[in-house]
Design a protein. Structure first.
Length: 382
């Protein structure tokens, strides 16, 4: 088979097997991207044809990562040795700008040069669409030996629906980035070789996104009801408002105590209750009673507090303790004058009670010295 004589843009092809079927390019010979150099001097010696604004270079000597600024000359430090935080916004290896980057959690003690091992989830279009992003850069301490390392744990509602495996290669060791449905984020060696450590090796770069298994829990609503009676208080003169029962419901999704507190401390409850009574209650005429004592027949005139005048006139010809007719002339506001006739017969015990009915005589005995009470409902005496 003939050799592949083509070239890779910006970097020469290197043989990768005897037949040269799988040409490769060294990262150090590719423009931009992520580079590794042994010293600061080696970093500064990167050729202009390889430089690109925003590219990164990991320096083994000080175990730090630098980013090239727009002038293509100045390098700025963006990740140090084992600082545990780094610059979360320094390395944006993925697209999307939703939410806030959150740390994976407690990092393995062997992780060094850690730059924001983190994740974030976009739920802006849930449930039709939800995406979780994972990013970060790190190296392993030279003392670490093993084929698997757990980087951290992603919490529920951000975890994948099924195990996620993504191929990657560092220091010529093939491995997988594995994210379990339990949220565990791991690096697992593909062929059983120990994972490469930072001594002379390129750092690890994480770049993954997936559709998370998101479950919205049932929302529990706690309810409290406050009730009280209110009396309508906007009736006109001579009228009384009826009593109305008022209830108001309060709800909270936090707990029952919060709902109860809302009900007990609602500053608007009294105003709301009074407004409800005024809009739904009714007004009734205030029952008014007259107490009249018969000391031989004589006119009695009573003026009520509400301005209505009742005139009660006894028949001047009536004799003491004798049957007769007494005429009551009652003038009630806009109703006009109404005549009520009452017959008094002390010998007739069956006519001691009655209802005021205009124009119909009713026999009720009133003796000298007795007190007669005229009310809005029914006359009586004692």
């Amino acid at each position: 088979m003939s050799k592949n004589t083509g070239t890779l843009v910006a970097a020469p092809i290197r043989p990768n097997d005897s037949a040269d079927q799988y040409p490769a390019a060294y990262q150090s010979e590719i423009k931009g991207g992520h580079h590794t150099r042994a010293t600061i001097a080696d970093r500064d010696a990167i050729g202009a044809w390889l430089r690109e604004a925003g590219m990164y270079c990991y320096v083994i000597a000080d175990q730090s990562t630098y980013r090239l600024k727009n002038d293509l000359v100045t390098w700025e430090l963006v990740g140090g040795n084992g600082d545990g935080e780094g610059d979360n916004d320094a390395v944006q290896l993925i697209s999307g700008n939703f939410g806030v980057w959150t740390k994976l959690g407690a990092y393995h003690a062997a992780i060094v040069d850690q730059m924001g091992l983190s994740f974030k989830t976009d739920l802006s279009s849930f449930p039709t669409r939800a995406i979780t992003y994972v990013q970060g850069q790190f190296a392993l301490d030279a003392a670490f030996a093993g084929t698997t390392i757990t980087l951290g744990t992603i919490p529920a509602n951000n975890r994948p629906k099924a195990q996620l495996k993504k191929y990657l290669i560092t220091g010529n060791i093939e491995m997988f980035l594995v994210i379990e449905t339990t949220g565990a984020v791991k690096i697992v060696s593909k062929d059983g070789f120990n994972l490469p450590v930072n001594n002379g090796a390129e750092p690890y770069y994480l770049d993954a996104f997936y559709n998370p298994d998101v479950t919205l829990g049932e929302i529990v609503t706690y309810t409290a009801i406050r009730s009280a009676d209110f009396t309508r208080n906007d009736c006109g003169v001579g009228y009384a408002g009826t009593v109305v029962s008022f209830s108001k419901t309060y709800q909270s999704t936090t707990d029952q105590a919060t709902a109860d507190n809302m009900a007990a401390n609602d500053p608007a409850f009294d105003n709301d209750g009074q407004a409800y009574a005024n809009s739904t209650g009714s007004c009734t005429i205030v029952p008014t009673s007259f107490i009249i004592t018969n000391f031989y027949s004589k006119p009695v005139k009573v003026t009520l507090a509400n301005g209505q005048v009742y005139s009660v006139n006894y028949n001047q010809s009536r004799t003491f303790n004798a049957p007769g007719v007494t005429r009551f002339e009652v003038n009630i506001g806009n109703i006009g004058e109404t005549e009520n006739w009452w017959l008094y017969d002390p010998s007739d015990s069956t006519m001691q009670n009655g209802t005021i009915t205009s124009g119909i005589p009713i026999q009720i005995p009133i003796y000298n010295g007795q007190t007669f009470v005229l009310s809005a409902n029914e006359p009586f005496y004692y």
